[in-house]
Design a binder for this molecule. Structure first.
Ligand code: GLV
Length: 325
């Protein structure tokens, strides 16, 4: 008998087709965002779920979904999963890492360049019909070439971001839970490990790429913003909640830092409305991994994990392997 799965969000039709060769499935191509109660109901009688960060998998849900065996995130981040609760309920949790590293690194650079060189701000101004002459001081921004890049969170995406900086002749500082091996540092444009405080004070541009957890909540708050250069540019392609958005808005308004580029927000898709009033912030709707190839690869990776877990044995990307033993 085929296992039953829920595909909790809209997804590529070719991935639905693949999954339908293995499972009896219920999909949500209307892309309804389920309330916790709806999610719980949809999961009745299901052994697996393919989901995104909008599905909160916690003890409350798992206490009411006794048949569930696997939850497979189409995301590298998995802060929507309570891993301990998953393990307690013997539910295997999987994510979709690696396939998005290079695309996300590309986007971190796109956001950094757009922010440092005021691309969206000047485009809005042009579209509004204000451009009547060239000016020597029109939209002066910050150089990337020859500057110091600080990366907080030096996992696979952070290292991919660092590698790209060699073309700009930049110096790379990084801060991470643990130090990279010397050969990894060399490959990451000779990145130098420093304390968080040193990085904040020395970097011209700072990119955040660390996973969200209670330990990384508000890694950047008022105290950290105060350590940064007034000319600094801050980029967040990690998760909302890593930055204290209210403190950031205050810093952007008072000129404590120059500008920010944000792909993620506390409480997204809602975000603090004051961001919309600030000229020195570039705002994008959580699209760092959004190239067609990469999103398809992420969906296929999440599907592979489900197929392996429910049909073959061991998926490649297990977050709580203790469930398998
Ligand atoms: C995107 O934010 C992801 O975690 O993959």
């Amino acid at each position: 008998m085929q296992a039953k799965i829920l595909i909790a969000r809209a997804i590529f039709s070719e991935v639905i087709k693949r999954l339908s060769d293995h499972f009896e499935l219920e999909s949500n191509q209307e892309d309804v965002i389920f309330t916790p109660e709806e999610l719980r109901q949809r999961l009745q009688g299901k052994q697996g779920m393919l989901c995104t960060a909008s599905a909160k998998v916690n003890g409350d849900l798992l206490a009411h979904t006794p048949e569930l065996k696997v939850v497979s995130n189409m995301a590298v981040g998995y802060d929507n999963f309570d891993l301990r609760a998953c393990t307690d309920h013997k539910v295997l949790a999987c994510n979709s890492p690696d396939v998005l590293n290079e695309t996300t690194a590309d986007f971190a650079w796109a956001l950094l360049m757009a922010t440092a060189r005021r691309v969206t701000e000047s485009e809005h101004w042009l579209r509004a019909g204000h451009w009547d002459r060239w000016r020597y001081d029109g939209f002066l921004g910050a150089d990337l070439h020859g500057s110091t890049l600080g990366i907080i969170g030096m996992g696979r995406i952070g290292q991919a971001i660092a590698r790209r900086s060699s073309g700009f002749g930049m110096q790379v500082l990084y801060h991470n839970r643990s130090r990279l091996l010397p050969e990894q540092e060399a490959a990451a444009n000779h990145a130098r490990y420093v304390s968080k405080a040193e990085l904040l004070g020395a970097a011209d541009h700072i990119i955040l790429v660390l996973p969200y957890s209670p330990n990384t909540h508000h890694t950047i708050g008022a105290a950290e913003l105060a350590l940064m250069k007034p000319s600094a540019v801050l980029i967040n392609v990690a998760r909302g909640g890593i930055v204290d958005d209210i403190a950031l808005i205050a810093a952007l308004k008072s000129g404590k830092i120059a500008a920010a580029g944000l792909d993620v927000f506390e409480n997204e898709p809602k975000f603090h409305p004051e961001f919309l009033t600030l000229p020195n912030v570039v705002l994008t709707p959580h699209i760092a991994s959004a190239s067609r190839n990469t999103r398809l690869a992420m969906a296929n990776c999440a599907a592979d994990n489900l197929i392996a877990a429910l049909c073959k044995g061991r998926p490649q990307n297990v977050l709580n392997p203790e469930v398998l033993t």
